[in-house]
Design a protein. Structure first.
Length: 97
């Protein structure tokens, strides 16, 4: 699976133009939202909650061009809740953003 570390910044630049301060602010907001998405997965009480959190994380990742995170979130929606291996993969993907 390809990983493009500049995809998020390119997506933001396409949306707001050459505004480095705004891009940095939006990037930070994105990362905060991603962390809340991970927290939602970890707090999920059942399979439905887990799947809903995974789909939200996937949508967020897709909106910002975070392809690897999107793919792992898609995978998360298909595994049992609180899958340790999958949560580890998600955390690693987030660290690379």
């Amino acid at each position: 699976m390809a990983y493009d570390p500049g995809a998020i910044d390119a997506t933001l630049a396409a949306a707001v133009g050459d505004e480095p301060a705004l891009i940095a602010e939006l990037r930070e907001a994105f990362l905060d939202s991603v962390q809340r998405g991970l927290d939602g997965l970890e707090r999920a009480r059942d399979a439905e909650g887990w799947q809903a959190a995974a789909w939200r994380l996937k949508g967020l990742a897709a909106s910002f061009g975070a392809i690897r995170l999107m793919a792992i979130a898609t995978e998360a929606a298909t595994v049992p809740p609180h899958d340790v291996v999958l949560l580890r993969k998600l955390r690693r993907a987030v660290e690379r953003l």
